[in-house]
Design a protein around this ligand. Structure first.
Ligand code: UD1
Length: 384
């Protein structure tokens, strides 16, 4: 790839997109951001880009559902990073149409424009996929150390507070193992189904037209700029805003479910590598840290950083309410050997340091505590 490219980042004003923009600008590329500034994420901004967005990027207000606006934004573009998406796993279970329109149809709009109108200048495209497309991560039978596909957790099982996936036909819990890209995809939410669509659409259209495409399967991304006022935002942002408001966060299940939390700057670096390394062409690649952390463990780390003098305060202990969220999986953390092998990717930010960066930013924000609103909406729909 030539040194300076003209790059479009859809969703480039968002949490992950804006960090990709920073990384691309730093590499000397010319960047155009296309973003609808969804009020659920950005609040009411009157079309004005957020303050954190790089001044060196061109900002275009527009929605991926609007083909005309997208067509204009594609003018003269060499490379597309498609980060625009509605991202709430739980919300996607009732806003099914809205999620599918923004995520799946938005991607259809973009790809149709690329192949029918902009084929002569687009040289590469990279899509934000997600570990959520796996459904449950990999598991092994501890007795044999062989991979097993545990039985899907039933509502009855969860209602009785029995959280761990069991080995089929037994009551023995399966043991989580690093999840590699060969794991069969079993998305358990509309959001995850949309993400699988996005990934497969990019890879199949890319292959058919000979436009190198890469799908990066992000694990749980955290860091500054993630919306604190969006009730459906990620768990790191939700817990931070609770603590900032002097309240204990609510932990679903028993808090021992695990995720692979990766700092947003590591995600941005992986995207730059996916642009530069042709070994990644037409591949779906995990981008995580390879380390599991429990949700309760994350809450405790945040409490220790935000209120070091109150770590034992009963008022701030994470509330384990024993409820569960529809569509949630129990454990998933990444096997990142493919990212290492194909792109030379190595996560650089330790969770402790990443959390410190998140906290520093959280302190400067005015966080409305909206987690009650999310819980109320999900409860009304029996999704908790
Ligand atoms: C997140 C992302 C999704 C991404 C996926 C994979 C968001 C909004 N979703 O989904 O876009 O594709 O990771 O990287 O960022 N939890 C609580 N209390 C709360 C909120 C959550 O205990 O108040 C628990 C959940 O039940 C779940 C875990 O925390 O077990 C993670 O939840 P969340 O941050 O929403 O992430 P994912 O659902 O994994």
């Amino acid at each position: 790839m030539s040194s300076s490219l003209h790059i479009l980042v859809t969703g480039g004003a968002g949490f992950i997109g804006s960090f990709i923009v920073d990384a691309l600008v730093e590499k000397g590329h010319r960047v155009r951001v296309f973003d609808c500034l969804d009020p659920q994420v950005h609040g009411e901004r009157d079309g004005k880009a957020p303050e954190y967005l790089s001044r060196d990027a061109e900002f275009v207000l527009g929605d991926v559902r609007d083909v005309e606006a997208l067509d204009k934004a594609m003018d003269g573009i060499d490379v597309v990073f498609h980060e625009a998406a509605a991202v709430g796993v739980a919300q996607s279970m009732y806003a099914i149409r809205a999620y599918t329109e923004a995520n799946t149809m938005g991607t259809a709009n973009l790809l149709e424009l690329i192949v029918n109108k902009h084929r002569d200048h687009v040289r590469r495209m990279i899509v934000a996929s997600s570990m959520s497309i796996y459904g449950e991560g990999r598991y092994v039978d501890p007795a044999t150390n062989q991979f097993v596909v545990p039985a899907q957790r039933t509502t009855r099982q969860l209602d009785s507070g029995d959280w761990e996936p069991r080995i089929q036909g037994t009551d023995r819990p399966a043991q989580p193992a690093p999840c590699d890209e060969m794991k069969p995809l079993e998305p358990t939410s509309i959001y995850a189904i949309n993400k699988r669509d996005q990934e497969e659409m990019f890879l199949s259209v890319g292959r058919a037209y000979g436009i190198p495409a890469v799908a990066l399967r992000y694990f749980n991304v955290y860091g500054s700029r993630q919306a604190l006022s969006n009730p459906y935002t990620g768990v790191g942002a939700i817990f931070s805003s609770c603590y900032l408001n002097g309240r204990a966060p609510r932990v679903f299940e028993d808090g021992l479910q695990t995720r692979d939390f990766i700092h947003v700057t590591d995600i941005a670096r992986a995207n730059v590598l996916a642009l530069e390394r042709s070994e990644a062409d037409y591949e779906a690649i995990n981008v995580g840290t390879g380390r599991p952390t429990s949700v309760l463990g994350l809450a405790k780390m945040l409490l220790a950083k935000l209120h070091p003098d109150r770590v034992e305060d009963p008022e701030l202990q994470p509330k384990i309410v024993g409820r569960f969220r529809a569509g949630d999986i129990r454990h998933c953390y990444g096997d990142i050997s493919k990212a290492r092998r194909l792109m030379g990717f190595e996560p650089a930010v330790r969770l402790e340091d990443g959390i410190a960066e998140l906290i520093e930013w959280v302190r400067k924000q005015e966080a409305k505590d909206l987690s009650d609103q999310a819980l109320k909406e999900l409860s009304q729909r029996r999704l908790v």
